[in-house]
Design a protein around this ligand. Structure first.
Ligand code: ZN
Length: 362
């Protein structure tokens, strides 16, 4: 749910960000190039209305990433998260859970058949013929892959997975159901408490501070994490060190080449200043993964999330969500979002988000 919908208390956004917690970069935090062009200026936190300050987003001419400069420093960034929660909201619909009516049972059979065929699982109950008789649509297949973060079936028991920025533990639940030995990490103390309450092992703090053994995970996932990091390549290096040789990282982040950014400009939901410090397109994220030492880097089919990005961006643009009475506008924006999803299906590098998988060299 967007904060616009929850009626978050408005903060004086015109106040400046505390000067003692501003950091001037002068160069790209992903590739260190000083060469850049202005992308947007005068940006403010119109989503969570937590952070004072106006922000300038630059596009790096060296690698194509974009970054805020100046930006909140590490010691002061907490100010931008005062009303930001990763522990609220509802869990994604769980296609694996037993129960529900006939429709749910059929949906489960079709999904199990897809996961078994495409990702090597042996999920039961499954109807192998469902793949031919009632295959999932292209959009449903994309959604299904995203739901399990494209995890191939675990090689055996004890295959370890770390979810960085695990929030409530929604994905830990899915990964455990798929047979992984899961662990989470999050900065949000309330989210950590909730995930622990659900029986998960979750560490509080940053991945740099976390007491984790090197080469101890087969998988690390970072869902909407890299854009928040002060040193994205440094953190990816730390992830690499945690992976066993041949291990795999899965990364998803908003995409600078999104159709929604072209449509909404400074109002695009993915910008989220000043919490999103660095934004990537497909080539700059691939380059960052490579710089961190990863190999076998691949861009995955996108999540069909045009509807979310377009509705949220329109709400930011108008300062309020679209009213139920505004049927024509709702219809138009839904149709634009579907078009963006179709473009992204053909060209994953133009999705609202980009999703990569990369490996630690064996
Ligand atoms: Zn750069």
């Amino acid at each position: 749910m967007s904060r616009l919908e929850t009626g978050a208390a408005a903060e004086p956004l015109d106040a400046p960000w505390p000067a003692e917690h501003l950091e001037v970069l002068g160069r790209c935090p992903a590739c260190a190039s000083p060469s850049r062009t202005l992308l947007f200026e005068g940006l403010s936190d119109r989503i969570f209305r937590a952070a004072p300050g106006r922000w300038t987003l630059w596009r790096c001419s060296g690698c194509g990433a974009a970054y805020l400069d100046p930006r909140p420093d590490l010691a002061g960034i907490g100010l931008a998260y005062r009303t930001y929660y990763t522990h609220g909201g509802t869990a994604p619909r769980d296609v694996f859970a037993a129960g529900g009516g006939l429709r749910r049972a059929v949906k489960r059979l079709r999904h199990h058949a897809h996961y078994n065929a495409a990702f090597g699982y042996a999920l039961r109950p499954a109807a192998p013929l469902a793949r031919w008789v009632a295959p999932l649509s292209a959009a449903a297949r994309a959604q299904a892959g995203q739901l399990i973060r494209h995890l191939p079936a675990p090689a055996g028991p004890g295959s370890r997975l770390l979810d960085v920025g695990c929030g409530n533990g929604d994905f830990l639940r899915i990964a455990r159901r798929l047979g992984f030995d899961v662990m989470g990490l999050d900065l949000d103390a309330a989210a950590v408490a909730r995930a622990r309450g659900s029986g998960f092992t979750v560490l509080a703090g940053t991945i740099e501070e976390a007491a984790l053994d090197p080469e101890s995970f087969e998988h690390v996932t970072l869902n909407h994490v890299v854009e928040h990091l002060h040193d994205p390549v440094g953190t990816l290096r730390r992830v690499l060190a945690l992976l066993r040789p041949g291990g795999r990282v899965w990364v998803q982040t908003p995409n600078l080449d999104a159709e929604g950014l072209k449509r909404f400009g400074a109002d695009w939901r993915g910008l989220e200043p000043p919490r999103h410090l660095t934004l990537f397109d497909a080539s700059s994220l691939e380059r960052a993964l490579c710089a961190a030492g990863f190999s076998r880097i691949a861009l995955l089919p996108p999540k069909p999330d045009g509807a979310y990005f377009f509705a949220e961006s329109l709400a930011i643009q108008r300062g309020a969500p679209v009213d139920r009475s505004e049927r024509a506008l709702r219809r138009r924006i839904r149709s634009e979002a579907r078009r963006a999803d179709r473009v992204a299906r053909r060209q994953p590098e133009r999705g609202e988000c980009i999703t990569f998988v990369a490996h630690r060299p064996a």
